[in-house]
Design a binder for this molecule. Structure first.
Ligand code: GLU
Length: 443
């Protein structure tokens, strides 16, 4: 059986790390099983879905290198849902109901007062043809509920293990609204059936829906996919991540200098207790992919841990892997190799480029030392040995050593108290600029 999975975001906002966690697990599952990864835009909410958000989702996934094999939008698939609804109606599994939201609220209240579960009482099933005709003549339009088989539905969850939902404790779900539009459940099942989805991997906020969905697959005569329900990520305060608050959107993380592979490596292992290690090829993540490593508890997304992994990732990144992006900053290979061990984001390399090639003012601590150092600068060409030969001579001439020697030199040469090895930076600065900074504090 060829594996087909789907990532099904609603284009009602930009993706956040919680969405990406789900997308990535689907993508890895597809790769691990040589299957297909589908992008399904759940855009049935016409009010809140926009083309710009749909475009943003595509842009985020492309940035991360999560290529998809097929794409569909629910807004274009009404005929599939109409056919599914028709089949359920014919099978006696979709029935019209006429209660207003106020009437339903009253029923629930009465049930709760008499200590009953607030499950829909199926009063609409007792309506005769004449009752329905009278209600419709009075202007009421039906919404449509799926008639649940009141039994226990079971499935073996790829993440959580054996699960069961007792459908006797659930209300028959509304699949079609009064205006004829569909709620999430029917389009989702009809699409999964029509597109041959074999594994539904999604957030555990859908566990309770799964019982009814399994029954709808069966009522449609479709193969029931396997399900895997991932825990939802939480932030530092223990709150769920919500795209409506814009929290930790991928767009923001990208803007802040997050490397795609660092983010993927982080989300591949979050919550598993395994050490965070940089990866330079997403294939490495496929090899260790295993949905059962995630439990039911919510992994905490820690931006500081991601930033650390991001820095580690860059420290190991060879020039060729980032050459095009560095070109935008005018950073060439020798500079990258000198500074990569000291950057947290790629943009930090641009800052070092400016330090090496633009005129800056620098602090002049210990002027006699700096004057002697300027006078002792050897003629060019310089290489990686120049620094130690020169500082040995400066030390001998001035009697300074250790921090008293190196700190004022570093400050005067770069304007900063720490940074990359000066052995590598000095040849990039060049004699003219180094001399001016040491002798005048400006160069
Ligand atoms: N659009 C739904 C969501 O984002 C999809 C759920 C599903 O994967 O079935 O929650």
């Amino acid at each position: 059986m060829a594996v087909r999975v789907r990532f099904a975001p609603s284009p009602t906002g930009r993706l956040h790390v919680g969405n990406l966690f789900v997308a990535l697990q689907n993508w890895l599952f597809a790769k691990a099983h040589e299957g297909k990864f589908l992008l399904r835009l759940d855009d049935t909410d016409r009010q809140r879905s926009t083309a710009a958000f749909a475009e943003g989702i595509g842009e985020d996934l492309r940035w991360l290198g999560l290529a998809w094999d097929e794409q569909v939008a629910q807004s274009a698939r009404g005929a599939v849902y109409d056919a599914a609804a028709e089949r359920l109606r014919r099978g006696g599994r979709l029935y019209p109901c006429y209660e207003t939201p106020e009437e339903l609220a009253l029923k629930r209240k009465a049930q709760l007062q008499s200590h009953q579960a607030p499950v829909y009482d199926r009063a609409a099933l007792r309506l005769g043809h004449a009752d329905r005709a009278a209600l419709e003549a009075s202007g009421r339009k039906p919404h449509w509920r799926f008639l649940l088989d009141r039994r226990e539905t079971r499935w073996d969850d790829l993440v959580r293990g054996p699960q069961h939902i007792d459908e006797a404790s659930q209300s028959d779900p509304v699949l079609v609204r009064e205006d004829g539009s569909y709620l999430y459940t029917l389009p989702s099942v009809a699409d999964d059936a029509d597109l041959g989805v074999t594994h539904v991997i999604r957030g555990n906020d859908h566990v309770t829906n799964t019982g009814a969905q399994v029954q709808i697959f069966e009522a449609l005569g479709a193969a029931v996919p396997r399900f895997g329900h991932l825990p939802l990520l939480i932030d530092a305060t223990g709150e769920g991540l919500s795209k409506r608050t814009g929290s930790l959107s991928l767009a923001e993380l990208r803007e802040a200098g997050t490397e795609p592979l660092a983010l993927l490596a982080y989300l591949a292992r979050i919550g598993t207790g395994e050490p965070m290690r940089p990866v330079h090829d997403p294939g490495t993540l496929v090899a260790t992919h295993d949905l059962s490593r995630f439990g039911a508890s919510s992994p905490r997304f820690d931006p500081a841990e991601l930033a650390q992994l991001n820095a580690k990732h860059l420290h190991e990144t060879p020039y060729d892997a980032v050459a095009d992006r560095l070109a935008a900053f005018g950073v060439e290979q020798p500079l990258w190799e000198a500074v990569r061990g000291n950057v947290a984001t790629l943009a930090d390399a641009a800052a070092w480029k400016r330090i090496c090639s633009e005129r800056i003012e620098v602090p002049r601590e210990d002027p006699p030392l700096l004057e002697a150092a300027a006078a002792l600068l050897p003629p060019e060409p310089w290489n990686e040995e120049t620094w130690s030969l020169w500082t040995r001579a400066v030390g001998a001439a001035t009697g300074r050593k250790g921090k008293a020697l190196f700190h004022p030199l570093r400050l005067a040469l770069t304007g900063r108290g720490d940074g990359p090895e000066l052995r590598l930076l000095l040849p990039l600065l060049g004699r003219h600029r180094a001399h001016a900074r040491l002798a005048t504090g400006n160069g």
